[in-house]
Design a protein around this ligand. Sequence first.
Ligand SMILES: C[S@@+](CC[C@H](N)C(=O)[O-])C[C@H]1O[C@@H](n2cnc3c(N)ncnc32)[C@H](O)[C@@H]1O
Length: 214
Amino acid sequence: MDSLIDKYDRLAEGFTAREYANKEFYMYRRLLLTLFWGVPLKSGDSVLELGCGDGYLARSFIRYGLRYHGVDFAPERVRVAGSRLREAGLDADLTVADVNELSLTEPYDAVVAYMRTFFAYTREPLAVLRRLRPCVRKKIILDLNPRRDLPVKKGIALLQEAGFRRVTWRPFLVPKEKRLPPALLRVLVSCEDVPLVRSLPLRWKFHCLLKGEP
Ligand SMILES: C[S@@+](CC[C@H](N)C(=O)[O-])C[C@H]1O[C@@H](n2cnc3c(N)ncnc32)[C@H](O)[C@@H]1O
């Protein structure tokens, strides 16, 4: 585990800028889904982000008016996130902690794990989900790679077993590596809601998101 943390620490500076070819579109899409997929969030609501990385998404959440708490097990990432937010004059709680051992003391309106992916980083996802469940007021959103982690149906079943209701999924069809013009990105994203078509790209690329509500 320590070597994994070291790896993430080493890659902390400039992580988002390096990793995401369509960074702004990608993060804006995450913001919109966090806010409006399922029960909507409003300004003043609280969000807990698991695996918050270098705080890029945090900035958008806070600017929208959400009260933000970010958790990551790599101290250097949390440091970079802290400087990013301070430089932008924004206020947030950031904690160095392992999602596998997290014990929450307060509820959040939303818990999100855009970790690429939650299921890759949790040793016992069901146990983690059960611990999170009492602290989720409106929704939880997690990411899952159906080719590497587990089938979508199994992910849905785990959320249900942990006590979440109205569990549903959607593909996330914004490419990470390949830069595309915004018009094409919008077409891809519109396919996310087209029955049958939406599952096809997952056979060879992309990941999906799962949502559960209390
Ligand atoms: C692939 S990066 C994604 C970072 C950011 N959320 C993003 O989407 O760009 C995975 C992040 O999760 C963190 N992470 C991985 N396993 C973790 C764990 N068990 N507990 C807390 N953070 C973890 C890593 O340090 C890293 O910042």
